[in-house]
Design a protein around this ligand. Structure first.
Ligand code: C2E
Ligand code: MG
Ligand code: MG
Ligand code: MG
Length: 284
């Protein structure tokens, strides 16, 4: 480190670039067989009603423990799975697995589980069918399953996507628009699209209440969404100030590390049981 020259930092840069490429190809390679090797697992992160503090559901988040690479973050492998097309089969697995878990949980608690769905699962036209199959196979109430989509699904073919969303909602499966505030965040979506929930992105929530402009925007988005009958979820709530502010601003639902981190099904179940016997946790 004492002799750091521009030459060695150039080499360092090349090496890290090489590492990245090498990483990417080994992730792609390992990803191809991950489903067969049963390396995926779903974790569940609770969502609470901010008025009552009651748990209303949880988001299913995909976890991958690779035999060769160890834990790989979804932020890393989902884009690669999308590029390679394997997101189709992985997405089917997520829906089936979440439906099975929803069936087990709903015997004990009246909850929904929400699955994240990527653009690909819209373009191959099987989404509604896959949801219906999973609901039927597990004798689920359709209300026990939600999907979370991002604005990116509207980019290529908004007409087709809207049609699919209408079909999905006719099944009784509710739809959340995820990561609101990161993309175009056209407020027009709220009016035109068939959605039940809007999830304020974590980046938005992070600045509450210190950044006055951001906070004013969040306030306006909450008011508009509520006026349109769309319920608002604040994601990434990490502290009591954010929690209290969102609650007072009329945000309906909260999710974040303050409430709980994503956890495996058995842990989620004991978390629910503890919370039920000890009363709600967030107020302390
Ligand atoms: P997302 O759907 O917006 O999920 C929220 C992410 O924020 C999760 O990261 C969650 O662990 C994290 N998070 C929740 N609360 C907090 C908090 O208070 N603070 C902080 N710092 N982070 C928090 P995760 O699990 O790494 O997932 C990242 C993204 O990967 C997800 O963003 C989603 O877009 C995608 N993803 C995850 N599972 C699936 C899946 O099954 N299918 C698809 N297509 N995408 C998925
Ligand atoms: Mg999500
Ligand atoms: Mg999100
Ligand atoms: Mg996100």
């Amino acid at each position: 480190a004492a002799k750091a020259s521009s030459g060695s930092s150039y080499r360092l840069y090349c090496n890290s670039l090489l590492d990245k490429v090498r990483d990417e190809s080994s992730i792609k390679f390992e990803l191809a067989g991950a489903l067969q090797r049963r390396e995926f697992q779903l974790y569940y992160q609770p969502k609470i009603d901010l008025r009552t503090d009651k748990v209303i559901g949880a988001e299913a988040l995909l976890r991958w423990h690779s035999r060769k690479l160890g834990w790989v973050s979804p932020a890393r492998f989902i884009p690669l799975a999308e590029a390679s097309g394997s997101i189709g089969a992985i997405g089917d697995w997520v829906i089936e697995e979440a439906a099975a878990a929803a069936a087990r949980l709903s015997r004990l608690f009246p909850l929904h589980l929400a699955v994240n769905v990527s653009v690909h699962q819209f373009s191959d036209g099987r989404l509604a069918e896959c949801l219906l199959d999973a609901i039927t196979a597990h004798g689920l109430q359709p209300q026990a399953l939600h999907i979370e989509i991002t604005e990116s699904v509207f980019m290529t073919d908004p007409e087709t996507v809207s049609q699919i969303l209408r079909t999905v909602r006719q099944l009784g499966v509710q739809v959340a628009l995820d990561d609101f505030g990161t993309g175009f965040s056209s407020l027009g979506y709220l009016r035109q699209m068939s959605i039940d929930y809007l999830k304020l992105d974590r980046g938005f929530v992070a600045d509450i209440p210190n950044d006055k402009r951001q906070t004013a925007i969040v306030d306006a988005v909450i008011s508009l969404a509520r006026a349109l009958g769309v319920r608002v979820v604040g994601e990434g709530i990490e502290n009591y100030r954010q929690y209290g502010w969102l609650r007072r601003a009329g945000c309906d639902i909260g999710q974040g590390f303050l409430i709980a981190k994503p956890m495996p099904e058995d842990e989620f179940l004991s978390w629910l049981q503890t919370r039920e016997t000890q009363g709600t946790g967030t107020h302390g």
